[in-house]
Ligand binder design. Structure first.
Ligand code: GAR
Length: 204
């Protein structure tokens, strides 16, 4: 069974969607750990409610990013985590974690990458005036939202769109797409070769 750790900083709606999929046996993996850099974040309470162990830390209490990432790595190794799932983890991740988990760390981002990387992607899309945006799931490399793309789903931007209406539809797409991709990884249906991701469907 695939052993996953979810990293999150905020609301945790994606955490919840994954935890629910596991609970309802739509996703055959185990959530070994929540990693959270914000002690007051709602996602911490969600982990508690779901019976998922949490490693909650305050970056300020460490001398450097490398220091807390090394501690996170130990927590992951202790639990033999196979896959890191970033779900609104709003921190840059460096080599301490990227190297040991290359090809085993995924992120979800609320735009069609490579458009609108970084923070406030939905705001950026509205501001720019694009008519289509969406959601991307990708492997994490050393860059900011630059890793090999696994899956994308488009979301139209409507004439009277506001950040609230757009966010609601983006989040709904995320909550379907992320558990589905994790399920494909659990079923070994995703193969990474260089920058290219191949999805192996049962039909083949
Ligand atoms: C999600 O919309 C996710 O795509 C985004 O943060 C939100 C977290 O929501 N991630 C990024 O912007 C990463 N650059 P959640 O805490 O409710 O899952």
């Amino acid at each position: 069974k695939l052993r996953i750790a979810i990293f999150a900083s905020g609301q945790g709606s994606n955490f919840q969607a994954i935890a629910d999929a596991v609970q309802h046996r739509k996703l055959d993996c185990s959530i070994e750990l929540l990693v959270c850099d914000k002690p007051a974040a709602p996602v911490v309470e969600r982990a508690h409610q779901s019976g998922v162990e949490a490693f909650v830390f305050q970056p300020k209490q460490y001398a450097s990013r490398a220091d807390y990432e090394a501690e996170i790595l130990l927590e992951l190794q202790k639990r033999s985590v196979d896959l890191i799932v970033l779900a609104g983890y709003m921190r840059i991740i460096t080599n301490t974690l990227v190297e040991p988990y290359y090809g085993k760390m995924i992120n979800i981002h609320p735009s069609l990458l490579p458009a609108f990387p970084g923070v406030a992607a939905m705001e950026q899309a509205l501001e720019y005036g694009v008519k289509v945006t969406g959601v991307t799931v990708h492997f994490v490399d050393g860059g900011m939202d630059t890793g090999p793309i696994i899956a994308q789903q488009a979301v139209d931007i409507r004439p009277d769109e506001t950040i609230e209406t757009l966010a609601a539809r983006i989040h709904a797409v995320e909550q379907e797409l992320y558990p589905a991709v994790i399920n494909q990884i659990a079923n070994q249906q995703i193969k990474l070769t260089g920058r290219h991701v191949q999805i192996i469907t049962n039909a083949n």
